[in-house]
Structures are given as C-alpha cells and as structure tokens.
Design a protein around this ligand. Structure first.
Ligand code: IVH
Length: 671
C-alpha cells in the first residue's frame, strides 16, 4: 500500500471506528462486535505506525476512553480509575512478570491474585461511616457521572455496610468499593424475549444493556431491570489498612458484597495461566459474560510502588481470551464442489488469526448469501470462528470500500469438470454439479467413507485420497479394498511403513458396522443418527435397499424427504454398481446388537466444547446407551448438554422450549 492509499484507508477506518464509538457510547447500541472493532483499530494503529505523519490528534488511536453524557452530575474520582493492558498468552504473561520483577528488589517474592474479568461497567461506591453516599461511573477515569439514584436500586449493593468485628475500621470514615455492574446472561435473554413479544427492538448484548440502563435518567426503569454488582476493590485513605488484594476480597465479602468465589492467590505465572485456561473452557458456566482474567500483584504496597504507565497500572494485566471475530480482506471467491455435488462459495482471505488459529478461507454458504450480504472481492469483511465451527463471513464493511471491489460472478459451469450447474428445485438455494463422476465429488465421497464417523480408516484423508485418485489406483469407495501395498508404495507420498499401514487399515474394515457403512455411503440427508436408526430397523443392507418410501418413512427419525433421498440413491445405476463391487471385494456390513439402554427414548443435543470428550465421542456414548443424538434443539429434545464456548442462540431456543439443560458433570453422571 502506498502512502496515498494508506491515507485513504486511514480516513475510512477512522470514520467507521468513530461511527462504532458513537453508537456504542452515546446510543448504547452496537453496530459490530467489540472484537471486530478492535481488529479495525489494530489495523489503523499499524498504518499510523507505518506512516506516523498520518497521525492526527483526533484519531481514535489518540483517545482516552469514556466521554460523559449530559444529564448527570460530574464527579471527580479521589483516586483515578485505571484500565488494564491486555496480554494474550503465557509468553506475554511471563514477559509482564519479567518487566515488573526487574523494577523490584531482587529478593522480592511475588504472589499473584487472579479473578475473572467481568464484562460490565465499572462503578465506584463511596460509603461514609458505613452508609452509601454516592455511586459514580468510571467516565474518563478522572471524572465520572453521579448515578447514585440508579445504583441504589441494585439489590446486591448494600445501602449500609454489614457489621463485622474483624473489619470494624471500614465502618468509619470513607470506604470506597469498586466493582463491575453486570447483567446476567439468563436475565438478558429473558429481557430480550419480553421485548420481542412486545415488538420492541432487541438489545445487542448484556454489557451494553447494563451500561444503557445505568445511564437512564429514570431510576424506576433501572429498578425494573435486573442488575448485579460484583466488587473487586476496596480503597481506604490509610492504605496500610488493606495489605493484600486477597484481604480486600475477604473484607468485601464480610461487608456484604458479592466478590467472585473463584478469585485466588497463585505463586507462579504457570499456575495463573493454568487457571486462565481452565476458565476459558468453563466460562460458559458463569452467569455473566467474561473475556478474560484480571491478574494483580497481591501485595498492595508493591502494587503501588510499581506505578502507572499511561492509563494502566504496571502491577496488573488482563489475560484476554482469543476473540472469535476479526476483520480481514477477501482476496478472491471460488466455488467448492462437495460430495453430493453442492456448490459452496468460499472466500479466500488475507490470513488472519482468530481464536488462536490462522484462518485463510471462510464459507459464504451459497449464491444467494453472497448477493444478500453483497460480499465483493476486495471487501474488508468481519469473519467469525468459534471452536470447531467452519469460519464464516458475517458481513462486508461497505464503508471501507474504495471502489476497487469486484462483484463476484456466479459460475454457470462446475469449475472442476465443466458440467453445467443445476438446481434440484427452482427455489432451492444450492446449485449442484450433477456429474456423478466429477473428480471433486469422487474424492470427497471416498474421504467421507473413510472419515471418523463412517468407516474410520486411518491414513485416508483428503491428500492421500487425491494422490490415489491421481495415480488412477481408485475411482470410488469400493476400489480402496483392491489397493495393494506394492502399488501404493510407488507413490511419492507413501513410504514403506505408511503404505503397509494404510492397506492394513483398509483390510481391517471389511466387516464394518452396518450403521457406519450406511452413513459412509454419503446418501443425502442421512446423517450419523439416521444411519443408526436405519441399521437398527432394517438389520441388513439388502432389507434397506428393498424398502419402499412408505416403509422408510415409518422408521422413527426418518421423514419423507429422507425416505425419498434413500430410494433415489439406491435406484441410481452407478450406486448399484458400487454396491455390487463392495460385494465382489468381500465387504460385509454387519448389524450391531441393539442395546436397550438407560437413555433409551431420550433425545440429546450437545452444544459447545466438552472438557472430557469430543462431540463424536459424546454422540457415540449417547447412542451406546440407546439415546438419540440430535444436531439441533427442537420440541422433542429432552436435554441440552452445555459445554464451553456456546453461542447464545441454542441456549435461547432451549430456554424458549423449556428444554432441560445439563452441564458436563450432570451429563457424565447420566452416562
Ligand atoms: S481489578 C486497574 N477485577 O476491567 C483496574 N477489574 O480493563 C483493575 N473488570 O475498569 C481493576 N472484572 O471495570 C478488576 N475482576 C475484576 C474485573 C475488573 C472486570 C474491569 C474493570 C476495569 C477494567 C480494566
């Protein structure tokens, strides 16, 4: 990018970031996620670093957070309310430790106090002789807004400090309590449900809602919204009254405040990062949102001695969890042909790290989605990635366009085999390559057949399948059984050991469980659970093949659409040919004994990541006990098993339908 291009980009970035800030702080609404905005700010800062003379005093990078609103009295903070610098991994925590230990006498033994970082708004409460006299927002850290009337409606804020002999001195003179005002996730979901019913616009997230509520000029409205105050600091004029942060938390609890139970003292950075990792996977179980941990030097004298740089104390940092959204540019768009022929557009991206992994491609779902979202080649887009989910382009940032973006022209023909793309029904969203022998479809069918949930053949992933096909050793799923070590070994990819291993792995799967074999055939709409239902019902491939649409549709869990798709699959000559080949090569799918288990008749959905097992294993264990594993929450779902990193949507749906929620521990007990 040359300087002029950079100048233009900088201007567009600033406008959009300012827009975001205006909506966020003044209108209390959100036009994009914090993570996406952070990503834009990061790009802006980088450009300004590269071209320092582009920096202007009004650039968003030059700003100190938190403008005040008119309507509230401005109040100065007795001691400044600081922010925290962010660190993202163990190495950065260690670097922080190194920086501060260098500033302290060599013999100093540091202890760390860590707590969950709550996603709400900071508030300072002043108690005079034990009585609440004032509540002030953070504002710009020096001056905040007097929101006393509003915070007095929050139940978890004591109007008078609780009497406790041990902490008697805090009942005298001035005691300042700092903490976070949060709205719990459950309450937020309920509030939005009520608003949806009343036809009111929905709130973006719990934090904005909490912030917007506290800045209402009408305390009655505040009282009607459920808010909670979680304390994290206690200040006294005489600092020697509170020697450690751990002691401050003890005092906070004794004086009648909520202070997180999980906050704890750690002796080493290793222990702290272990604690952070534990909470990263468990954070879903917390009632409020969190995006990391706060770590402070426990000894408050050392804490003060380390001082402040900019807006943040040296003695504390926020360990942030990797964001699940970021912004990047679409370099190109291409169409990928799947095993069933579905043509899925994929965006090639400028590589970007999201949630700890580098993302270079993201799905655009289908042609209609590209048009609806108006995603163009060259656009800066918001990309989302969470857990095992395929990265997805959320939206283009149209305000950042400079005119060089190109509209993607949907192809008429399959990019792999040049066959004309077609739709099954006119109103269907998905275009398909109808050519059964399209190379892309063929290798994906073989890869699917060998995949974990199907025949689970080790060593038969995408690259090896393509190599075997290129060498003309296999054309379809059945051909893999004809592979001989001496043929495979000639291929560049396969050294002696791996060719032997591969052939042995394939030969060990000559009597696969019927359900896995059915799933492995890749019949449209037949997922793992449907395959299990079919295998249990028909007990042989022949019986399944002979079944009519009505007989199929009568099977529990199989509807009309699935039944039609199965009959269609068996009626296609090349599939008949495939099954004949399997037979010829001695492949005998075998039904597994039915187990009537303790979960029989119960339907489960698992959402998020479980600590003790993967999704596949969870599904298998549910099935082993006779239960059904579903992929989405519906009326007939009995249990929603909630792991870590869960999106709000499944939870909201389950709440609406009254589905029972299980955490991992409860689920394990059931198993
Ligand atoms: S301790 C120097 N503990 O995070 C401020 N802060 O980025 C140290 N926050 O303004 C504050 N949870 O509003 C602390 N357990 C926690 C917190 C927490 C959330 C907020 C707080 C602060 C911001 C700093």
């Amino acid at each position: 990018m040359n300087k002029q291009q950079a100048a233009e980009r900088v201007k567009r970035l600033r406008d959009l970031i300012n827009d975001y800030r205006y909506h966020y702080h003044v209108l209390d609404e959100s036009i994009m996620s914090d993570a996406a905005a952070d990503s834009l700010k990061h790009e802006l800062a980088q450009l300004e670093e590269q071209y320092p003379d582009l920096i202007t005093p009004d650039s968003p990078t030059q700003r100190v957070a938190g403008a005040s609103l008119p309507g509230f009295k401005q109040v100065g903070h007795t001691s400044r309310m600081l922010s925290l610098n962010d660190v993202f991994d163990e190495a950065e925590v260690e670097a922080w430790q190194d920086r501060i230990t260098k500033l302290l006498p060599e013999s100093t033994k540091l202890e760390y106090f860590a707590d969950i970082k709550m996603d709400g708004l900071a508030c300072a409460l002043v108690y005079q002789d034990g009585v609440l006299s004032r509540g002030v927002t953070r504002g710009d850290g020096f001056v905040g807004e007097d929101v006393t009337a509003n915070i007095r409606t929050i139940d978890s804020i004591p109007l008078r400090l609780r009497h406790d002999k041990k902490f008697e001195p805090f009942m005298h003179g001035r005691t300042e309590i700092r903490g976070e005002i949060v709205m719990y996730k459950d309450d937020f979901a309920k509030l939005n449900e009520r608003r949806a019913k009343a036809g009111q616009p929905l709130f973006a997230n719990p934090r904005n809602t909490a912030a917007g509520t506290i800045r209402q000029l009408n305390p009655k409205l505040v009282a009607s919204r459920p808010l909670h105050f979680h304390a994290y600091d206690l200040l006294r004029d005489n600092e020697s009254e509170v020697l450690t942060n751990q002691y401050a938390y003890q005092a906070l609890r004794a004086l009648g405040f909520l202070a997180n139970k999980d906050a704890a003292v750690f002796k080493t950075v290793k222990e702290v990062t272990r604690f952070a990792k534990r909470w990263e996977t468990r954070r879903q179980t917390l009632p409020f949102n969190t995006d990391g941990l706060v770590v402070k030097v426990n000894d408050r004298q050392l804490y003060r001695r380390l001082g402040v740089v900019g807006k943040a104390p040296r003695a504390a940092v926020a360990i942030k969890y990797a964001a699940e959204q970021s912004t990047t540019k679409v370099k190109d768009i291409f169409v990928s042909i799947g095993r069933t022929g579905a043509a899925t557009p994929v965006a090639m991206l400028e590589p970007v790290v999201i949630a700890g992994t580098t993302v270079q491609m993201a799905t655009l779902h289908n042609e209609g989605e590209i048009k609806r979202k108006d995603i163009r080649i060259g656009d800066t887009v918001i990309v989302h990635k969470a857990g095992d989910i395929i990265p997805e382009v959320i939206e283009p940032l149209t305000k950042l366009r400079d005119g060089s973006e190109k509209i993607y022209k949907w192809p008429v023909r399959c990019p792999e085999c040049n066959t004309k793309l077609a739709k099954r029904k006119v109103d269907e969203a998905v275009w398909r390559c109808p050519n059964q022998h399209c190379p892309s479809r063929s290798w994906k069918r073989i890869e699917h057949f060998a995949s974990k949930a199907a025949l689970d053949i080790e060593g038969l992933g995408e690259k090896n399948v393509i190599a075997l096909m290129d060498a003309k050793l296999v054309k379809d799923q059945a051909d893999i059984y004809t592979l001989r070590e001496e043929d495979v070994i000639k291929l560049e990819r396969f050294a002696k050991i791996s060719s032997g291993k591969l052939v042995a792995a394939i030969q060990s799967k000559k009597e696969p469980p019927l359900s896995r074999f059915i799933y492995g055939l890749g019949i449209r709409h037949v997922g793992v659970q449907t395959a299990v239902d079919l295998a249990n019902h028909f007990r042989s491939l022949q019986a399944l093949r002979d079944a009519t649409i009505d007989e199929l549709a009568a099977v529990d869990g199989v509807g009309e659409v699935v039944a039609e798709s199965i009959v269609e699959w068996f009626s296609e000559p090349h599939n008949e040919h495939l099954l004949a080949k399997f037979k010829r090569f001695g492949v005998k799918p075998t039904p597994v004994k039915k187990v009537g288990g303790k979960l029989s008749g119960k339907n489960f959905v698992v959402t998020g990541t479980l600590e003790s097992m993967g999704r596949e294993e969870a599904a298998e264990r549910i099935r082993a006990h006779g239960g059904t594993f579903q992929t989405s929450v519906g009326k007939d779902t009995d249990y929603l098993v909630v792991g870590a990193n869960v999106g709000e949507s499944k939870l909201t749906k389950a709440a609406k339908l009254g589905t029972l929620r299980l955490n991992e521990e409860e689920f394990l007990k059931m198993l």
